[in-house]
Design a binder for this molecule. Structure first.
Ligand code: COA
Ligand code: AMP
Length: 631
């Protein structure tokens, strides 16, 4: 194991000593139309602004400047679809040309700086083209993950108020074609805000009916348009809004700015992942999540890498060797995925024979995030791949890793289960309930001393107060990550789980509160609780308990089936909500708080350990009986 803490320490200390100089140097990796007045201004917004006064265009930095520097013929994007059985390669010049044309089409539809465009697309190259085209115009995109249902899409459209929505006729999931257009139509019927135009990508597997006067064909609009040049915007202007689960049913619109984002993401490619221009980088995620935004689209292109975009699964498309095939076919140097993908491969191919049956000679390292990687899975992957396996911890809000192993510094976390060390830019501490910094080795609320680094969300969309309330109120001067954990004697960070109602299902961030809202709306349900129970494949899966209203005497199994169907219909298949149980009552404290943690422990087969304030311990026994077959 190559372990050089000194290089890491040097860079981290250099940042601590003079953060502005550190970030100004990092900003040298970006082409600016106008230089900043200050590196950081603490006055605006909830915690300040990075690079005020500067102007740039993110799309220009991702595409045009590489073409101008002579890399036009280098592959920028390789689309590998196990679902469609196709591979397409786009050079930097080709990707720039498609993007510039689509930007022309969007301009014809009235899109200019500051306008919003919602993108609801499957894993097709047009998703990258669409995101970059919006960025080219200085407009703001908001990508919605395809596994969400119409109501979730509608909530995002209602909040972002886009002038244009870009979608497709269908997505491809194993064994089924997901018709996207009916979901979009249903969402637009629900949303109080309607876009003027919908651009629809017609995929050959299923064509959609277009509504005259509202819908246009994506490819025809692109072909008919004239290319447009990038429009410089303020570094502090929003690049995108990405909605993520918060502690209530209402998703939070995480805002990303242009300047700080470009600087931090470009720097992260060398510092964390150890790749640069010309290297092939693959993130097996979805553009609908932050991991996809940052490491399928923006960071690899900012750094001049070749980014692989994969439409398929780690298993079943066609088998557990799929990741090996993609690595070998495209010469992938670094792969970034979620631990759940590894668990899926391990379950189906414990010796990794299918994976290792491919030529992995150019493969150097595996990065994991989205959920904590359980040590057995990390150890299995390191043993089979004989490459560094780096777990790194971050969240939609930060946009890039809070803690990681740093290939540029020669440091790899070698403690399976740990998320590595804080990246330069993050003063991370574990705090107790009163906001005091915990000594090394003691767990607490993981919090980042303000200001957050470039790239981290400066605010919530049209909801600055919501930002302060969600992240800054509990510990003044700090950003509360919502994760609990500890920093050990060596400085390695251990992230142990959320302190709120957010759960991670197959690396997908979901709110149990949002699911409770759905269950509570069933006419027979008096009250309910949803918890995240351990799952050997997905890490966690949601499990719902419902108390029926007095007098309801319909079969319980029928009501449970309805509850499962309601969550799928309202939140979407991605919620993976398959288990609901009826209980006579919910265990509560004397003040009426539902004991969700005790229920979760029971569901995981552990002792419930209820607090002394429990109102009636018999209620827990009833829950244990209802969960019976699970335990
Ligand atoms: N559009 C429509 N539906 C989608 C979808 C999309 N983009 N993505 C997922 N779904 C559906 C799936 O078809 C599935 O539906 P089903 O209930 O009818 O089977 C449901 O949502 C759950 O999907 P998923 O969580 O992907 O579970 P799975 O059982 O199909 O696959 C894994 C399990 C582990 C193979 C899969 O979760 C995986 O590859 N995970 C990688 C994790 C990842 O990329 N995380 C992103 C954050 S880094
Ligand atoms: P998201 O915003 O969807 O990226 O989800 C962020 C949340 O996922 C974090 O707050 C953590 O709870 C969890 N998470 C992501 N990566 C890791 C990791 N490497 N280790 C532990 N938890 C993680």
């Amino acid at each position: 194991m190559n372990d050089s803490p000194s290089l890491y320490q040097q860079s981290y200390q250099a940042w601590r000593k003079n953060p502005e100089a550190w970030w100004a140097e990092a900003a040298g990796g970006i082409s600016w139309e106008r230089r900043w007045d200050k590196v950081f201004d603490p006055a605006p917004g909830p915690f300040g602004a990075w690079f005020p006064g500067a102007r740039l265009n993110t799309c220009y930095n991702c595409l045009d400047r590489h073409v101008e520097a002579g890399r036009g013929a280098q592959p920028a994007l390789i689309w590998d679809s196990a679902m469609a059985g196709r591979i397409e390669v786009f050079s930097y010049a080709a990707l720039r040309d498609r993007t510039a044309r689509l930007a022309g089409a969007l301009r014809r539809l009235g899109i200019g700086p500051g306008d919003r465009v919602v993108i609801y697309l499957p894993m097709v190259p047009e998703a990258v083209v669409a995101m970059l085209a919006v960025a080219r115009l200085g407009a703001i995109h908001s990508v919605v993950f395809g596994g969400f249902a119409a109501a979730e899409l509608a909530a995002r459209i209602a909040d972002a108020k886009p002038r244009v929505v870009i979608s497709a006729s269908c997505g491809l999931e194993p064994g089924r074609i997901v018709a996207y257009k009916p979901i979009l139509d249903a969402a637009l019927a629900l949303s109080p805000h309607r876009p003027e135009t919908c651009l629809i990508l017609q995929r050959p597997m299923l064509r959609a009916d277009l509504m005259a006067g509202r819908d246009e064909d994506f490819l025809e609009a692109e072909a008919a348009a004239l290319p447009v040049d990038p429009v410089p915007v303020a570094a502090t202007d929003p690049l995108y809004i990405l909605y993520t689960s918060g502690t209530t049913g209402r998703p939070k619109g995480i805002v990303r700015d242009n300047g700080g984002h470009a600087v931090a993401l470009c720097r992260s490619m060398g510092m964390i992942y150890g790749v640069g221009a010309g290297d092939v980088f693959w993130t097996a995620s979805d553009v609908g999540w932050v991991v996809g935004h940052s490491y399928i689209v923006y960071a690899p292109l900012l750094a001049g890498c070749t980014s692989v975009m994969y439409e398929g699964k780690p298993v079943g498309t066609p088998d557990a060797g799929a990741f090996g095939r993609v690595i070998a076919a495209h010469g992938v140097k670094v792969l970034f995925t979620a631990p759940t993908a590894l668990r899926a491969i391990k379950q189906q191919d414990p010796e990794a024979e299918l994976l290792l049956g491919h030529d992995l000679a150019r493969f150097e390292a595996l990065f994991l995030a989205g959920e904590r990687c359980d040590p057995p899975t990390a150890e299995w992957a390191a043993e089979k791949l004989r490459r560094p396996v780096v777990d790194h911890w971050w969240q939609t809000e930060t946009g890039w890793a809070i803690t990681a192993g740093f290939r540029e510094f020669g440091l790899f976390p070698f403690k399976p289960g740990s998320g590595g060390r804080p990246a330069p830019g993050y003063d991370l501490q574990a705090l107790d309930e009163t906001g005091q910094v915990q000594p090394r080795g003691q767990s607490g609320s993981l919090a980042i001393r303000l200001p957050l680094p470039p790239g981290a969300a400066p605010t919530l969309w049209h909801n600055e107060e919501g930002y302060r309330e969600a992240y800054l109120r509990d510990f003044p001067g700090w950003y509360r990550t919502g994760d609990a954990g500890l920093i050990d004697e060596d400085g390695d960070v251990w992230v142990m789980g959320r302190t709120d109602d957010i759960i991670n299902v197959a690396g997908h961030r979901l709110s149990t509160g949002a699911m409770e809202e759905v269950l509570a709306s069933h006419p027979d349900v008096a009250e309910c609780a949803v918890i995240g129970a351990k799952d050997t494949l997905k890490g966690q899966v949601p499990l719902g308990l419902a108390v029926l209203k007095a007098g309801v005497n319909r079969p319980e199994a029928e009501i449970c089936r309805e509850l499962v169907a309601m969550v799928r219909a309202r939140i979407g298949p991605v919620a993976a909500f398959h288990e609901a149980r009826i209980v006579p009552r919910l265990p509560k404290t004397r003040s009426g708080k539902i004991l969700r943690a005790a229920i979760r422990r029971l569901a995981d087969g552990e002792p419930a350990n209820p607090p002394p304030t429990i109102e009636d311990p018999a209620a827990l026994d009833e829950v244990a009986r209802a969960l019976g077959p699970r335990i």
